[in-house]
Design a binder for this molecule. Structure first.
Ligand code: FES
Ligand SMILES: [Fe+2]
Length: 350
């Protein structure tokens, strides 16, 4: 069961070529994406309505996509506009199309009722496309359900242990209790740690002689997007002092591919004043190294869960945010189900 009435990131903008096709599965639906000649991204069901061949095996022709099997031509709305050997095209020849928005270099797709697609629900991933912020885009494919990765992102106590040699560098992170506040469609989580060594990950950014104070302030929004202001500052230094501060903005999002696999799009941007291209690359490499640590741990956790037996988990204070977010998802799923049974089912949505 996935939420459908929401925007999922299906790709970084650069992954959808101006010529060619991109195949990607989102919440179990196989999609094919392409750009019209004016650059607008279209997303269609990746299954031809003729004999069900994947359209992603076809080719991009101008504003259309031609099925590679028997040559039906579909426009960006999924309507068939040409059938080889037929004078007219029956209107019922169509494949499903999905609403798409390109916003700050993320390509979002709406998987639910197109009539309910609401641009005001797009997250503010501003640092993905801002002249004052620099980053390198990242992507990881996970062979685990999205919830396990969301759990990880909702509890930074793991930084002290999983990321001891990268993002963490101090047990104080796990000891700190975050402030958790419900916000519209998500949670706001704020964690501060004082007088800790700079984490190894900061080496690409700044050298700090003494202890620093660190902060991790983020919103975690439905369906599963993290927007974070984080940083570290020499104790006693003024906020915004570029010689004594590291400041980062991160946008990360989870898009379920199937019940047991997930797309993870991420970036950690630094302000332009913080460094040069070498800084950006060092930050990216450090982040990838850390996220591989997460992937190894969460993959091992999923394998352990897969061994069956007693699967009850224990809830501890550090789980507060992830439990609250799981409840929020349950509520939204129930709300969608109620709406579908009242309206969408009769309209053939699902
Ligand atoms: S399966 Fe696509 S044209 Fe026949
Ligand atoms: Fe992590």
């Amino acid at each position: 069961m996935f939420l459908r009435d929401c925007w999922y990131v299906v790709a970084w903008s650069h992954e959808v070529p101006s010529q060619g096709l991109l195949a990607r599965t989102v919440v179990g639906d196989a999609l094919v994406l392409f750009r019209t000649q004016d650059g607008i991204v279209a997303a269609l069901a990746d299954r031809c309505c003729h004999r069900l061949a994947p359209l992603s095996r076809g080719r991009h022709e101008g504003d259309c996509l031609r099925c590679g099997y028997h040559g039906l031509l579909f426009d960006a709305r999924g309507q068939c506009v040409e059938v080889p050997g037929m004078e007219t095209v029956p209107p019922r020849l169509a494949v499903r199309s999905y609403p798409v928005v390109e916003h700050n270099r993320w390509v979002f797709v709406w998987m639910g009722d197109p009539a309910r697609a609401d641009r005001s629900l797009l997250p503010d991933n501003f640092s993905c496309d801002h002249p004052d912020w620099v980053y390198r885009p990242g992507y990881l494919h996970y062979e685990v359900p999205w919830q396990l990765i969301a759990d990880n992102l909702l509890d930074f106590s793991h930084l002290s242990y999983v990321h001891e040699a990268t993002l963490g560098g101090s047990r104080a992170i796990a000891q700190a209790r975050p402030r958790i506040e419900p916000i519209e469609r998500g949670l706001r989580i704020e964690r501060a740690v004082h007088s800790v060594p700079a984490p190894p990950y900061y080496a690409a950014l700044r050298t700090f002689d003494g202890a620093i104070d660190r902060w991790f302030n983020y919103d975690f929004l439905l369906p599963a997007t993290l927007l974070m202001d984080s940083g570290g500052r020499v104790q006693g230094a003024a906020a915004g002092d570029p010689n004594h501060e590291v400041r980062l903005h991160s946008c990360q999002t989870l898009t379920p591919e199937t019940e047991s696999s997930t797309h993870y799009f991420f970036q950690q941007a630094h302000p332009r004043w913080l460094g040069n291209e070498k800084t950006t690359e060092g930050l990216y490499q450090g982040l990838v190294r850390a996220f591989e640590e997460d992937r190894a741990m969460i993959g091992a956790q999923y394998a352990a869960i897969g061994r069956g037996g007693d699967l009850s988990m224990m809830s501890l204070p550090m789980d507060a945010a992830l439990l609250q977010f799981r409840r929020l998802v349950e509520r939204e799923l129930a709300r969608e189900a109620a709406w579908l049974s009242g309206n969408g089912a009769s309209a053939g949505l699902g």
